[in-house]
Design a binder for this molecule. Structure first.
Ligand code: GLU
Length: 288
């Protein structure tokens, strides 16, 4: 099948850490608009790898809010928590090629080792200073054999030796005009690709799921633009073709900040309770 005849496939991928708010509604509606214009499918993916913050009642509420908004999804809902073996397998592939190493550092230890004026990754976290990268093979094996808690980090320098790039990704603007961007993954340093509690991370799972689900266009908020730099490197290392990307503007609150439950942003459920209709939400967000 030629590339032009492969139908477009998009996904909306909320994390069930809280109720959806207007920012999520906007993202889902931009996805719906792109899918309609591209004549493609829109899938729902629940990014529930966090075993503490993801709660079944929040997943049910997300599905209910999206149905209330009138957004239709194709196919079965993909829940990341049901695909941990696939993520473990990808991690093992990176590990067996020496591209990932176990990290035994606690968050506090990383902050301490990074020093008083650390370089930071695009999310603002201190860049990992490489403490566990330089462990001897014996020390690493002893710690693993002792069952010490550990996550897994990408060995960025080694990854870039294996896949030097330049890594490019296609970006669509709101009118679907395409530009090519050069990714700068090195700014993520030795990023954590598997947490201590699950054999994956947001970055690893999202790259695998976009590939496994055949996603042709990733439409998501501008706050994830820098993450795309890392995602295209992981795609190259895992042998996946990259989708095209559209990073949409974020809905800001009256304080000029991104909406967040932690900052008291009203949820769609709250708005529904106040008698706001789906049509009003769409109008308010510019989708009349
Ligand atoms: N699960 C992420 C979120 O809720 C979105 C990830 C993505 O679209 O790549 O912010």
């Amino acid at each position: 099948m030629s590339e032009a005849s492969v139908p477009a496939r998009l996904r909306f991928a909320p994390s069930p850490n809280g109720r959806l708010h207007l920012g999520h509604a906007y993202s889902a509606l931009v996805n719906e608009t792109f899918a309609a214009r591209l004549g493609g499918d829109l899938c729902l993916r629940i990014e529930d790898i966090d075993p503490v913050r993801s709660r079944p009642e929040l997943i049910a509420a997300i599905e209910e809010d999206l149905a209330w908004l009138g957004i239709g999804f194709s196919g079965a809902v993909r829940r990341q928590s049901e695909h941990l073996p696939a993520y473990r397998h990808a991690l093992e592939s990176l590990r067996s090629r020496g591209l990932a190493y176990p990290c035994f550092c606690s968050r506090a230890a990383v902050i301490e080792a990074a020093g008083p004026v650390p370089s930071r990754d695009p999310d603002g976290a201190p860049l990992y200073p490489g403490t566990c990268r330089v462990l001897s093979d014996e020390e690493r094996a002893a710690r693993l054999a002792a069952g010490l808690p550990h996550g897994w980090r990408l060995d960025m320098a080694h990854a870039l030796t294996r896949s030097p790039g330049p890594h490019r990704f296609r970006c669509l603007d709101a009118d679907h005009a395409e530009t090519s961007h050069v990714a700068d993954p090195v700014r993520w340093g030795d990023v954590l690709i598997a947490r201590r509690d699950v054999p994956t991370s947001y970055h690893l799972s999202v790259v695998i799921d976009d590939a496994v689900q055949g996603i042709s266009h990733v439409v998501r908020g501008a706050d994830l633009f820098a993450s795309t730099d890392l995602h295209v490197l992981l795609q190259a290392l895992l042998g996946y073709d990259g989708p095209a990307y559209h990073h949409h503007a974020l809905v800001l609150g009256p304080d000029g900040m991104k909406l967040a439950k932690s900052r008291g942003s009203e949820s769609l459920g709250d708005l529904r309770g106040q008698g706001v209709t789906p049509a009003e939400i769409r109008r308010r967000l510019g989708f009349a």
